[in-house]
Design a protein around this ligand. Structure first.
Ligand code: SF4
Length: 300
């Protein structure tokens, strides 16, 4: 039996759902029950009645699903698939900041560890960071860990008092103005879109700044057929699969190795053995639940 058939069989046996991020390998995207960005997948995780959630992506995503579903089995098929940015703001750094700034609210990008989420007031994704921050009223908001998403959000919420942290996604932060200019020169009729994890000077060059799901919606709704997509290259598979008549151009080297670690073998073996389960401290789950619930619009 091939791996895809085996995954189908195991999914039924385990009553499992497979959630896959837009940056994963093409063959992993093709076995997904749901594919999407962090916000969309977190909402699916909150809604599912499956007994087992297999979260293909990086570990903070599976942790978020566990926070929303503490009684379910949540599997992260590659426990070493760690997002570099999620390591850039520790729980103790947030605690220290709060001691010095007791009047500030802390907003955390979902790309954070569960332990850091437990110290936040509210989490957000690249889809809803502006919405989340615009509803806060303290006048002083620490935004962690991504300086680029924080800067973009601050530009859209100038009165919120956003204070930036020094973290970043090494993949998006490495995309240069020169690369984007070269793509625009090579494809002058293309609509350009960039993820807000990119540097501000890159965002200044494009027609649209949006999350990966936002990119899909804009490309689907456009009557144009060429697009420059400034984000991780895993998006190409889904865009080309859903819109076979359109062409998509990406910056070279925008590849996240952590996002490519989950493969079909690791999904089969995790489902066979119910291995690589996410195991979080119950106190961390308890404290992180409210900020995550606020992110997905399901406040307690
Ligand atoms: S692309 Fe960047 S933010 Fe996304 S998982 Fe990789 S390192 Fe983390």
């Amino acid at each position: 039996m091939d791996q895809v058939s085996r995954i189908k069989e195991l999914k039924e046996k385990r009553n499992a759902v497979i959630l896959v991020h837009n940056y994963c390998l093409p063959e992993v995207q093709d076995v997904a029950d749901f594919i999407g960005d962090s916000l969309g997948l977190s909402i699916k995780a909150a809604e599912t009645d499956a007994e087992v959630i297999v979260f293909c992506g990086v570990t903070f995503m599976a942790e978020t699903a566990k926070i929303l579903n503490p009684s379910k089995i949540v599997i992260s098929p590659q426990p070493h698939a760690v997002c570099a940015m999620a390591q850039m703001c520790s729980p103790s750094q947030i605690v220290d900041y709060r001691k010095e700034n007791p009047d500030a609210e802390v907003v955390g990008y979902v790309n954070s560890t569960a332990a850091s989420k437990a110290e936040m007031d509210v989490c957000c994704t690249s889809s809803n960071s502006v919405d989340v921050v615009s509803k806060l009223s303290s006048g002083k908001v620490l935004f962690v860990p991504d300086q680029n998403l924080g800067r973009y959000t601050k530009s859209k919420c100038p009165d919120a008092g956003v204070v930036l942290w020094n973290g970043m996604c090494p993949i998006h932060h490495s995309i240069t103005v020169g690369q984007v200019r070269a793509l625009k020169e090579a494809h002058p009729d293309a609509v350009s879109l960039a993820h807000p994890e990119c540097r501000a000077e890159v965002l200044d060059l494009v027609d649209h700044v949006c999350s990966t799901e936002g990119m899909l919606n804009i490309c689907r709704g456009s009557d144009r057929d060429e697009f420059i997509i400034v984000t991780e290259v895993g998006m190409k598979h889904r865009l080309e699969k859903e819109m076979p008549g359109k062409r998509f151009y990406f910056p070279e080297y925008a590849v996240c190795s952590a996002m490519k670690m989950v493969d079909l073998d690791s999904i089969v073996s995790s489902l066979e053995n119910l291995s690589n389960q996410v195991d979080l401290d119950p106190q961390v789950i308890e404290r992180a639940r409210l900020p995550v619930q606020r992110m997905v619009g399901r406040e307690l």
